[in-house]
Design a protein around this ligand. Structure first.
Ligand SMILES: Cc1cc2nc3c(=O)[nH]c(=O)nc-3n(C[C@H](O)[C@H](O)[C@H](O)COP(=O)(O)OP(=O)(O)OC[C@H]3O[C@@H](n4cnc5c(N)ncnc54)[C@H](O)[C@@H]3O)c2cc1C
Length: 345
């Protein structure tokens, strides 16, 4: 029996597993994919993410996880009237496969048992523990028990869906990678909030010389309409010239609603990262994942055996993050009609 099972080896899962293992807990970190696994992401690490990595993982993000240009100098937002805002700040441009694999390696070095190709399919309360059923890559099932589970499955988690009986309300993201040309500085991440270009936002960034263009939509059927509009806009305003995409990917993002509700967990299963609903706008999903999962792990370390104490400590530990999240969404809500419901009075 493990003390804690952490589900999902993204930034949240790796941060929780590392924190618990280095404090003497027997930890299993289970990841359903083979590591390194692909995660659709712009891979922009803002200053806050870099600081959290140094604080929780004890060293700076290594250069082997970055792609070119490695340096990110900030974000450029175009609001729905076409006005541009530049938010300069130092950051890094990483491939999530390499970055997350490095975080997971650090969790393993701290003593966590890391198993990939291990899919958690259910969590059941059992006496003073949780029984987690896993499916291996060959289809066989096996069970593990732990005192607590920290579920860091990301947006499309099956465990959260089972325990809460809710289907996540997601936004579809669609992005394509191209060789080509554009007259924008590749060191910045660009977001476009005009309602004619996407139902939420459209974006552009550069990874290893490839031009990445993406749109997010509520309604998947409108994906190609918005994507074509965005490409035409980039051609007209920034001289975009691209051929057929080298890669296409589609993903889900949690749809954050006014109030930014967080689901901290059910019984002995805590949720962290996107699984809990932590997601900041302006490229801050990674920092929110790291910070929330670290707080969940700290709460378990401080109050093991006292589930209520764990929840109040977890809420308290993430109160500042939650307030910040509301402020950031309100800021974006004030800039664009696509997010206007997020604007706080
Ligand atoms: C297109 C796009 C661009 C983005 N760009 C940025 C950006 O530039 N900067 C930024 O900070 N954020 C960005 N984000 C947000 C960021 O990717 C997420 O917020 C972040 O990855 C959340 O971390 P997490 O650890 O909670 O979940 P994830 O990173 O999603 O990790 C969850 C892990 O759990 C595993 N898993 C799922 N179910 C199971 C299961 N049942 N059993 C075992 N394992 C399981 C998954 O395979 C995955 O490895 C972007 C998101 C998208 C979609």
């Amino acid at each position: 029996m493990y003390d804690i099972i952490v589900i999902g080896a993204g930034p949240a899962g790796a941060a929780a597993a590392k924190t618990l293992a280095e404090n003497g807990c027997r930890v299993l970190l289970a990841e359903k994919c083979r590591i390194p696994r692909y995660k659709s992401c712009s891979g922009q690490l803002i200053q806050k993410s870099l600081n959290l990595v140094e604080r929780y993982f004890g060293e700076p993000v290594p250069s082997h996880t970055t792609c070119s240009p490695a340096e990110n100098r900030g974000m450029v937002f175009t609001d729905d009237t076409g006005h541009t805002y530049v938010f300069p700040q130092p950051g890094l441009n990483v491939w999530r496969s390499s970055f997350d694999a490095w975080l997971t390696k650090k969790a393993a070095a701290a003593g966590a048992v890391v198993q990939d190709a291990l899919n958690a399919v259910s969590c059941t309360a059992q006496d003073e523990a949780v029984l987690v059923r896993f499916r291996r890559a060959d289809g066989s099932l096996y069970d593990e028990r732990a005192e607590y589970v920290i579920d860091c499955e990301g947006v499309a988690g099956v465990i959260k869906r089972q325990l809460t009986g809710t289907v996540p309300d997601g936004i579809t993201t669609y992005q394509t990678f191209h060789h080509g040309r554009i007259d924008l500085d590749p060191h910045y991440f660009y977001a476009y909030l005009q309602p004619e270009l996407s139902e939420y936002d459209a974006w552009f960034n550069v990874k290893d010389g490839m031009l990445v263009l993406g749109v997010s939509v509520k309604n998947k059927e409108k994906e190609s309409y918005y994507y074509d509009s965005f490409l035409s806009y980039m051609k007209k305003h920034h001289g975009l010239s691209v051929g057929k995409p080298e890669r296409v990917d589609r993903w889900l993002m949690p749809r954050i609603k006014p109030g930014c509700a967080i689901c901290y967990g059910i019984g002995r299963v805590l949720f962290a990262g996107e699984a809990a609903g932590f997601l900041n706008p302006m490229g801050e999903g990674i920092s929110a994942g790291l910070e929330s999962a670290y707080s969940a792990a700290q709460a378990v370390l401080k109050h093991r055996g006292d589930t209520e104490g764990i929840y109040s400590s977890y809420r308290e530990g993430t109160a500042a993050l939650h307030d910040y999240m509301k402020r950031q969404w309100s800021l974006v809500g004030g800039m664009a009609k696509t997010f206007s419901e997020m604007k706080q009075p």
